[in-house]
Every structure is written in C-alpha cells, then in structure tokens.
Design a protein around this ligand. Structure first.
Ligand code: FAD
Ligand code: DLZ
Length: 512
C-alpha cells in the first residue's frame, strides 16, 4: 500500500498537509519539474530559477528527514513535462494505491488535479492548504451574503482569531486597529534605506540558472541579479534582516517611491512566503516581538501585519470565492492591447521606466509601484485586463494567480466592478509627484495637463474620469473628481481628451 504524496513547486513547506501521516517506509513523495508549469505563462527567468531551486533544496531536505522522494528533473528524457503526466508515470512505476495532495494555489491546477483520479485510476485526496491563516471555508462563511467584502473588517476578525497584535480579546494593540494614516510619507531627502540581504546563488541554484538560461532564454527578465532565498534558513535570515533593519521605517515609507531605490523599507519576503519556505504567522510574530521589545513602532508593525494577516489572506479568499468567473469580468470594458514598453521598459515616463526597469532586473517592484505606476497607467489607459493580468503573473518572483489576480484585476484595474475596492485607484501625476522624486528627472512636466510636455498621467486621468462619468455618478467616493471635472472649462477638458486620444493611439502594442 503505497501512497503517492504530491508536493508542488510552491508547496516547499515542512508542515505541508500532503505530508501529514506519511509512512517513510512505504510512501513516496513526488516533486516534478515540468515544462508546462514553466511555460503556461512565460514567467520571468528568476521566478523559474527560484521555484526550481527551492524544489531541489526541499527534496534534499525531505530525504534528510528519511522520506523517499521521486524527483523529476526538467532535463530527464523520461519526463512527460506535465503534472498529470508525471503523477500518472510515477504512480504506475511505484505501484501506488492512492494519491494525496494539498489544495493548489491556482484554479487551473485544481481543475487539472480533479482529473488525476480518472487519469490514474486511483483515489485522489485533496487536503486543505493549512499554511494560510484563514481556511477557505471560513472565508466563505465570513463573506456569507455580505454586500461589501471590505478587507478592513476581515482583517479585524483575523486579529481577534489569531490574537496577533491584541492586548485583550477585543482590544487591538495600542487601542486602534489600523495606523494607515501614519503610513503615507514620501522618502525624506537624504534618507538611505538599508539594502536588503541578498543570497548569492549556491551550486544548486547555479545549476538551475544554467538550465533556465538554456531552456527559457526567450522569457522576460534578467537572471544575473538573482539573490532570492531558496531555503527555509535563507528565508528566515531574510525575515530577520528585514525586522532588524527595515521594519522600523516600513510604516512611514510604505507608500514612498524613489529613483534608484528599488526596495526602500520593504520586506522582500513575498517570494519566500509564496513558495512555502517562510511561514506567514512566524513573519507576523517576528514583527510583533520587535514592537513589544521597543525595536519598531506600532504603525510599522501594524502595517506589516495588516499586509500579511489582512491583505494576503483576504485576496486568497476572494480568489477562491469568485473564480473562475472572476478573471473573465471586464467592468470598465477596457480593451486596449498592452503597450510594448511594459516589456522593454523603454518609455520617457520616468516612473514607469523605473518600475519596469527594476522589474526586468530584479523580478521585483514594491506595492505602490505595482498599484500606482504600472497599475494606474493600465487603468487610466483602459488596457485589456487579461493582458495586464498576464503581465503581472509573468514578471514578479512572487506571482501566483491566487494573489496576483485579485490585486491586479480587482485592486489595480477595477475590472471586477468593485468587489475588492469601493473606488478605482486612479490618480493623476500629482500623486506620483507627491510620493516620489521621479518627476524631477522626467521628460514630462507633472504640472502640465496639456501641451507637448504635459505629463500623460494628467490628461489620461481626466480622460478616465470623463469616460466613466456616467458609470461612477452614483459612487459617493467618486463625487469629488466628478465635481471637479464638471467645474472645469469644457475647452480644457476637450483638449485633455484630445491629447489622451492621440497619446493612446501612438502607443506601440507588443507581446513578450
Ligand atoms: P512588503 O511590502 O514588505 O509587504 C510584506 C508582505 O505582505 C508581502 O511579502 C506580502 O506577502 C504581503 N502583502 C503586501 N501587500 C499585499 C497584497 N496587496 N496582497 C497580498 N499580499 C500582500 N503580491 C504577491 O505576493 N504576488 C503577486 O503576484 C502580487 N501581485 C500584485 C499585483 C498588483 C497590481 C498589486 C497592486 C500588488 C500585488 N501584490 C502581489 C501585492 C504586493 O505588491 C506584494 O506582495 C509585495 O510588493 C511583495 O513585496 P514585499 O515582500 O517586499 O512586500
Ligand atoms: C511556478 C512553477 C514553476 C515555474 N514550475 C513548477 C514546476 O516545474 N513544478 C511544479 O510542481 N510547480 C511549479 N511551479 C508552481 C506551480 O505553477 C504552482 O503550484 C501553481 O501555479 C499553483 O500555485
């Protein structure tokens, strides 16, 4: 009686539910590098290298625990290059009598997994992924028949349920649930954020990098700067480095952007959390300890915990609640193809050039760059949500559909019609100018809305508001921009809309 236990590339966690109750003498763990997972979108080269290296390290870790592992390498001629193919091949070779998996992170993989029983003739058990702090059933119960699924209320429930940052059962630490209003400072001149710890590739990662360079040479992004944690020990060191050096500034500068500063005070732990080598609860607890020890202020620690306990769990809940229909919505009827500069980074707009340039080099941009630069541009320009969603899934080392899609489709593009956010995150150049120094070195003038040097974010913003005026007429959170638009000189509105049309018509479309 051999149970085949499946560990997917983003399930490299010691306590994975698929491994619960494993019999080391009889059972077999299957980990499979497969071309279909490396190419269902053309992932950034660093993302593939990170996943494959984490998988190889984790397989060795399981073997060190005394477990038997069947590991399919991508370059093994016997490899069928699909998850289903490898499950069927190894199950037959091992004489397996049942298959045990952990719920995957993407809907398309779950749909495939549900066909594995038919493909193998074996019973398949899909266990909950209890690495998350909120089980999917519990999220469904919370969502119930609520009209609005606001993150803030979900987050408070999660604080109560976990006891994280709580002074008493209904008393949030410091007396307040949320310190976001203290977290909106631009970077003070002369502030040098401490550089994050990076992890030079070891022999395993170097071998994988050579494989990726050979097999996926035409994928987006550079490999050279690879410095991601690929083991639980590296990930723990990355967390400790963040808590010691950047957490104290995380809150104040959470929304800041700066030329030549790709990481600021951010944690850079998303890739490690999502591949499974870092535990989200442990990350929150480490931050809370730093606050209780007086090492980091509450606005920073609460802000960090909110991102992980709140946003990360919430977007996963929304994804599984709403998929598969969620991805197909297009509430703002946006249809424009993705401009070529999203792949090349070649644009005169300094903020976009910085965000896309560092994305190519590092497979990383921080939240405000994703939301208010590349996301905001896509929203204002009316880019096709499917193309934008795919771009975000390709380009970041931490991108998996369960977290990427709600953030992009819902939060950045408002393509879900307001499930995630009560108003679109649309902003003119003034926001980018307030939160960054990009505008100082830009070819465009952020103070102008018309004319050849006008900042495209300005006329695109007013074109967006005018284009959707009827749609947002009854949204109280859009009342202010609509009122301002109504008071504007109609000739100015017409001029801005003309500039927007000309600018959009001049964008060169292109695929990766
Ligand atoms: P920090 O800013 O230091 O935050 C700490 C942690 O909080 C992150 O590692 C992450 O686990 C969590 N977190 C923060 N914000 C969010 C959020 N909105 N949703 C979920 N978790 C959050 N995050 C991903 O993990 N994968 C994605 O594919 C992804 N795509 C995004 C697309 C768009 C358009 C936007 C606006 C955001 C996206 N995010 C995504 C959320 C966020 O930008 C990243 O989690 C963060 O930038 C990762 O870098 P960090 O570890 O330095 O995060
Ligand atoms: C992202 C990824 C990549 C690039 N390669 C593999 C792989 O070869 N084998 C594997 O099991 N998983 C891989 N993954 C992660 C899966 O795509 C991931 O499990 C799904 O996207 C669900 O989150």
């Amino acid at each position: 009686m051999t149970t085949l236990r499946i560990v997917l590339g983003d399930q490299c966690s010691d306590g994975l539910s698929a491994l619960d109750g494993i019999d080391p003498t009889r059972d077999l763990v299957l980990m499979a590098e497969v071309r279909s997972e490396c190419t269902y979108v053309r992932h950034h080269k660093q993302k593939i290298a990170l996943v494959l290296s984490a998988m190889r390290h984790f397989a060795a870790r399981l073997e060190a625990r005394g477990l038997r592992v069947a590991y399919s390498r991508l370059d093994d001629p016997a490899n069928t290059q699909s998850l289903r193919g490898e499950v069927a091949r190894i199950a037959a070779a091992a004489g397996a009598t049942r298959i045990v998996c952990t719920h995957p992170g993407e809907w398309r993989v779950l749909a495939d997994m549900q066909g594995w029983a038919g493909a193998t003739g074996l019973p398949v058990e899909i266990r909950d992924d209890d690495r998350f702090l909120c089980a999917l059933d519990r999220f469904r119960a919370w969502a119930g028949d609520r009209k609005q699924l606001r993150m803030e209320y979900f987050y408070r429930e999660m604080r109560r349920a976990t006891g994280l940052l709580m002074d008493a059962p209904d008393l949030p630490a410091g007396g307040q649930w949320n310190y976001d209003q203290e977290n909106r400072e631009p970077l003070a001149p002369g502030t040098r954020p401490p550089a994050p710890l990076r992890f030079p590739p070891d022999a395993v990662t170097r071998e994988v990098m050579a494989l990726v360079a050979r097999e996926f040479a035409d994928h987006f992004g550079d490999l050279d700067a690879f410095g991601w944690p690929v083991t639980a020990e590296d990930a723990q060191a990355a967390l400790e480095d963040f808590v010691a050096n950047r957490l104290p500034g995380f809150g104040r500068f959470q929304d800041a952007m700066a030329e030549g500063e790709p990481t600021l005070f951010h944690a850079l732990i998303g890739a490690a959390l999502n591949v499974g080598i870092l535990d989200p609860r442990a990350a929150c607890q480490a931050a809370e300890r730093a606050w209780r020890a007086g090492h980091a202020p509450l606005n920073a620690v609460e802000g960090f915990v909110r991102q992980i306990l709140g946003w990360r769990e919430y977007v996963r809940g929304i994804y599984w609640l709403r998929m598969p229909g969620y991805a197909a919505t297009n509430a703002l009827e946006a249809r424009r193809p993705l401009p070529w500069f999203y792949w090349s980074g070649e644009t005169e707009m300094a903020c976009l050039r910085a965000a896309i340039g560092q994305t190519k080099k590092l497979a990383y941009a921080h939240h405000i760059q994703r939301l208010m630069v590349t996301g905001n541009f896509a929203l204002l320009a009316g880019l096709d949500p499917a193309a934008v969603n795919e771009w975000y899934l390709v380009v970041y080392a931490d991108a998996y559909e369960w977290v990427e899609l709600p953030n992009t489709h819902g939060m950045a593009l408002h393509a879900d019609g307001g499930v995630m956010a009560s108003k679109p995150y649309a902003a003119s150049g003034a926001y980018i100018n307030r939160m960054s120094d990009h505008c100082r070195g830009c070819a465009f003038d952020v103070k102008r809305s018309t004319g050849p040097r006008a900042c495209p974010f300005n006329y695109l913003y007013w074109d967006f508001v005018a284009r959707h005026a009827a749609r947002f007429a009854r949204n109280p959170r859009m009342a202010m921009p609509l009122k301002t638009l109504a008071r504007m000189d109609p000739a100015k509105v017409q001029a801005m809309r003309g500039e927007a049309a000309a600018f959009l018509a001049g964008l060169k479309a292109g695929a990766a």
